[in-house]
Design a protein around this ligand. Sequence first.
Ligand code: 4UW
Length: 552
Amino acid sequence: SLHSENAQNIVKSDRELNLSTFKGVAITDYLFQDLGKWSNAVSMECSLTGRKYTHGEIYNYSRGFAAALQQMGYEKGDTLAIALPNMPEYPIITFGAWFSRLTVTLVNPTYTPFEIGKQLADCQAKCIVTLPLFLPYILQAKSAYPFLASLKVIIIGEPQEGCHTFAEMLRVDSSSANLASSSDPDLNTEEDVILLPYSSGTTGPPKGCMLTHSNLVMNCAQTNATINALPFTDGNAQEIGLGLLPFFHIMAFQALGLITFTLGGKVLCLPRFEPETFIDCLKNNKLSIMHVVAPLFQFIISHPELTKDEFSECKTVFTGACPTSRILIDKFLEKANKPILIQEGYGMTELSPLSHMILADSKNSKVGSVGPPIPGTEVKVVCPETGKALGPKEKGEIWIKGPQVMKGYFKNEEATKATITSDGWLRTGDIGLYEEDKHFYIVDRLKELIKVKGFQVSPSELEATLRIHPAVADVAVVGVPHNELGEAPRAFVVLKSSTVSETEIADFLKDKLSSHKQLTGGVQFVEEIPKAPSGKILRRELKAAFLEGQGK
Ligand code: 4UW
């Protein structure tokens, strides 16, 4: 019965959070509710060039950008794509699009034209904001998909022929524009989609996750109630964060783009990882909070130029997106030589993105756990065989219910139904367990997703691309353990003819897919791909056989 399940095996935070106060609140109101307290404080700064904007400037410029978008004829529900590296203009574009009631989709700017075209066509983007550097790729993507013929390009930097110029759009007078707010008569915060990030979910190619005002506002409120970062006030210093994790991924987008912003904080943007500029950024700024993923911990620990001095003001490090080992955390804390709180979060694009977070100091034996559910979130661990909610210390699939669960996948009823149950539980495809104290551990993955440095790689996308090769008869891609990357994609290939080499197969992806989707786990020729009677690839079998061969 529901009641006994409720009493026993649904896990919730012990902390109360009244989320009803955020009902009906538009994202644009939520983001700027405390603007008056820190309007003149810097919000975003480029760590390379020093170009920066205060919170007040972000507010004013995003409204100017919104007014320009409206003048250009864009309206509620149109999709604007952002294909940019981390730069201080990112929130101006995002918030501007939201002020003009558009939906934003996030594009990895290092994507190939092939990948960009697929995403833009799938989400039916009307315009895209990018840099001159990436314009040739966008134009190539555009010409490959007839649907994108009317796609408009907005350029940041040097004006380009046939493109709109961002700098000019910022100057548009917004005083008489009709911009989004909670009092819009036709606003539906539970239904109106504002963000469409891509995720492959539990199976298949990347799909657009429809996130609403309510999804993002509620998850920000839940996160702000959980983290050790404080609003900029007379008593609290301004939080200064590291803007290195890419904003096109949901972790940095929410944590740095939204959360740090709502606290009146400052983010130092780095457009790409380079050892020198990263080290300079840490040496020239006293960061109070840092968002890192496991490979970055590894770099910090092992680089001799980084010492305890760089972490003298650091009080909290946030991590997640893939497992961070206890060894890495211990070595980092040893280098920093002071108490720093480690907050590992567990999240998923489909969850806007956060459901769990731990507050762990160095003496905490719970390091390695992703912590208890955040307030306002229900979690159960479901036995894949029986469908029953399991008790403490039993492994099963993690299911989540809460205001952060996405509305569904864009134009994909089937995938939505397979992912969200009729009573609102989101099946994460992750295997985990919890202990009596409600702390969760992620131990394995039921879904086929591969995570390379925390980035999503969809095996079925790689397989579909490899099948284009004339010599490939059949193929399966699985993630195998990798020292630096966490996991790496490895292809098992059945050949039509034996005249090609493993390298040739791997090289076939070079111009088609971006760098984290390359076959860094290797290529292996096989006689056949193990499949279930349904035709489903038995990925676990392939992985197990490979690991056994490696003696693992
Ligand atoms: N340990 C093990 C983890 C963990 C993990 C995620 O690319 P997506 O869709 O989304 C993310 C979001 C991560 C995130 C972490 C911490 C945080 O504070 C925040 O929000 C601000 C976001 O990665 O991939 C989702 C999948 O990534 C794995 C897991 O398989 C999940 O389903 N994953 N976090 N701490 N694995």
